[in-house]
Ligand binder design. Structure first.
Ligand code: AMP
Ligand code: MG
Length: 348
């Protein structure tokens, strides 16, 4: 694609309104703007303008059949682009909007097919972030925004990550610092008989159950082995993945540490350098050639916040393989963390 000059808008209190107005103008004119949300940085364009949405797909190298999440700043906006909203959706909106929950609803005809990957449903979310909400309001249109990374790569949690992937491919990025949550939204399908989580994310499935009762987990994942299992990097279905191969070790803390230390010895025998993405507790027991310590084991929020940046950091170091610590609980945002790590390691 033709190179564009990517403008960087650094936002602070003094220039907030002016920056939002400049960025919104780009959106209204059919351009692309990356912006911070509470989950990860999104790459936004006018969701109702098919040419603008195509620019997102081209910049990311994203397959056209992968539908985008449409970001809104009000419930009225949701009603403008969706129909037949089920009763339970309103309770979910009360509880989680704005926030890291995306709802799949039936779409109205004003939404172009390119935005929804040709589906008659649409994913909508209201981000809990002043910059994102300000941009949507000022643009006066819903904004389609997938994560602002090259397709298949780890999602960006800083503006620098966005620039590393998309400089020269998008019109602008608003730098609002590091994001708060660090993994994407939970995607909940409300068009099936029983609400179904299609992607775990910032809102735990337990919290959604607390609100609507029965909820199915509808995402495919390999089932972890009790004793801890090595997931070799796969060729297919990788996502959120750095260029360096990722191996995820799951299981209870003791067996994970033991497995990692055996793996390091095996890699070293073959002359390979190992990067570790680990919790503090595991780091007390093992060390690789480059160690990135994320958080205490029970601090799932910090694991989520530091995950993608950690993968990108180790990808930039001189290592042949990244070994990730999967000794955390699969609850709350921990389910999303394990899902991203399994995908990065390659679903097999
Ligand atoms: P991203 O915006 O890159 O974080 O990804 C958006 C996620 O939402 C992807 O997993 C999409 O497949 C999913 N998604 C978006 N729209 C729909 C829809 N209409 N039906 C089902 N899944 C959707
Ligand atoms: Mg993405």
């Amino acid at each position: 694609m033709e190179a564009t000059k990517t403008q960087i808008f650094r936002i602070d209190h003094a220039n907030f309104g002016k920056t939002i107005r400049m960025a919104a103008r780009i959106i209204r004119e059919g351009g692309t703007v990356a912006f911070p949300t509470e989950t990860v940085y999104g790459l936004g364009a006018d969701a109702l303008n098919p040419d603008a949405v195509l620019k997102i797909l081209r910049a990311k190298g994203r397959p056209a059949d992968n539908p985008l999440i449409v970001h809104v700043s009000s419930r009225e906006q949701i009603c403008k682009i969706t129909e037949d909203i089920p009763e339970c959706a309103f309770g979910l909106m009360d509880a989680f909007m704005p926030g890291p929950l995306t709802l799949i609803l039936k779409r109205k005809a004003i939404v172009p097919g390119v935005t929804t990957g040709g589906l008659d449903t649409i994913a909508v979310r209201m981000p809990d972030h002043r910059v994102a909400l300000g941009l949507i309001r000022e643009s006066d249109t819903p904004i389609a925004a997938p994560s602002a990374n090259l397709s298949g790569r780890p999602s960006p949690t800083t503006a620098a990550h966005v620039m590393a992937d998309l400089a020269g491919r998008i019109d602008a990025v608003i730098d609002g610092g590091q994001v708060r949550i660090g993994v994407e939204s939970t995607v909940l399908d409300l068009t099936s008989d029983i609400p179904t989580v299609l992607r775990p994310g910032g809102v735990g499935i337990e919290e959604i159950r607390g609100c609507v009762g029965r909820v199915l987990a509808g995402y495919h994942e390999p089932i972890p082995d009790v004793g801890g299992v090595v997931r070799s990097p796969g060729m297919r279905y990788t996502h959120y993945a750095p260029e360096t191969a990722v191996v995820l070790i799951e299981g209870d803390p003791e067996s994970v540490a033991a497995r990692i230390s055996r793996l390091i010895a095996e890699y070293h025998k073959k002359g390979r350098r190992v990067g570790l993405l680990v919790t503090e507790e595991t780091a007390e027991q093992v060390s690789g050639d480059e160690d990135l310590v994320l958080c205490r084991r029970d601090d799932l929020e910090a694991y989520a916040r530091n995950l993608f940046g950690g993968l990108r950091y180790l990808d930039g170091r001189d290592v042949d393989v990244i070994v990730a610590d999967g000794s955390i609980k699969s609850e709350g945002v921990g389910a999303a963390v394990l899902n991203r790590l399994r995908r990065a390691a390659g679903d097999r």
